[in-house]
Ligand binder design. Structure first.
Ligand code: SAM
Length: 316
């Protein structure tokens, strides 16, 4: 049960308001993980031995970068949805080897964008765009030169954080913002052995737990809440029907939490959870169908022998 009197002000506040007042399942959007500390914790996750996804993504990008670059016409620009630190993108920018190449990382995290600008500044003219994917794509369509071809990147299986029901519409919306001939490279994690996935999202060093719990700490910091992080536990489960990993924060006890900025009191039963992330896993056929349904042509795809993941290159 939640009580209220004040209207939320920011988008974050509005989403926390709606998510914590949900009657059946409390839920928070995963994009709010990525404040400064959250982005650093995500970078730490990518270094964990259990989180094979990032290393596989990087291995495949290193291997396919020349083939991708060979498809790109000049003049060109590169943009990236949810760039994060952009570490893996260096392979693509290096292979393109275009003097004064413009690269537009689009991300909600200012910390990620400043790391990205620092890391990739030697390979391209980095013009960060801070904000949501579609805000970024709108800015990009105003900034990019009229005759340039765009290579748009969406790496790290971030597409898997969208609900399955949203993925097709999301890709169609991206397609509408591209010009015919633009290229779209997506890194997507494939369905694999359940034990490998469980430990990837619940590592023994508890870095993923810290990443998940930081969402409550962010609400404490930014919305004057009083979540006691010791009273919540990180949980990662495989949902076989939906083919996705799900992350939750589970209340260890019955408790009330106050969110001062929203004048909101949120009640938790013992064992009640907040659903914080879904990471959908794909099949190659499913990605091909998604490409077709969103009016892209699949040009090429590359996989990894150690960690099932695919890099798929589409043309608008
Ligand atoms: C899973 S991380 C992946 C980062 C990087 N692409 C990689 O492969 O390592 C997701 C990134 O997308 C950003 N992000 C999440 N939701 C977003 C949204 N709706 N709009 C823009 N960026 C978003 C996050 O800040 C984060 O940097």
């Amino acid at each position: 049960m939640a009580t209220s009197v004040k209207l939320p002000v920011s988008e974050f506040a509005a989403d926390v308001w709606a998510g914590l007042r949900a009657v059946n399942q409390k839920k928070l959007p995963p994009k709010y993980f990525y404040d400064d500390l959250g982005s650093k914790l995500f970078e730490a996750i990518t270094l964990l031995p259990e989180y094979g996804l990032s290393r596989a993504d990087e291995r495949v990008l290193a291997r396919c970068a020349e083939s991708v670059a060979a498809r790109v016409q000049r003049p060109c620009v590169v943009a990236e949805l949810g760039s994060g630190s952009g570490k893996k993108t260096s392979h693509i920018l290096g292979a393109l080897n275009v003097p004064e190449l413009k690269y537009y990382p689009i991300d909600v995290s200012s910390e990620a964008l400043s790391t990205c600008s620092r890391e990739l500044g030697k390979l391209a003219l980095v013009e960060p765009i801070m904000g949501d994917y579609f805000h970024g794509l709108e800015c990009l369509s105003r900034k990019r030169p009229a005759k340039s071809q765009l290579l748009l990147l969406f790496l790290g299986s971030t597409i898997g954080n969208l609900e399955r029901s949203e993925q097709r519409e999301f890709l169609r919306a991206v397609r509408r913002r591209l010009r015919p001939g633009d290229l779209f490279l997506i890194g997507a994690d494939l369905v694999k052995d359940v034990d490998r996935m469980l430990v990837a999202y619940d590592d023994p060093a508890n870095v993923t737990a810290a990443f998940n719990l930081n969402l409550l700490a962010r609400i404490n910091r930014e919305l004057q809440a009083n979540f006691d992080l010791r009273c919540f536990v990180h949980e990662a489960v495989w949902n076989p029907a939906e083919r996705r990993m799900e992350m939750y924060l589970v209340s260890r006890e019955e408790q009330d939490v106050r969110v001062g900025a929203l004048d909101l009191t949120v009640h938790f039963r013992e064992g009640e959870s907040i659903w914080t992330e879904s990471s959908h896993k794909f099949t190659v056929e499913e990605l091909e169908t998604l490409a077709k349904d969103s009016e892209f042509e699949v040009l090429d795809q590359w996989g990894d022998s150690e960690w099932p993941l695919i890099e798929t290159l589409w043309r608008a």
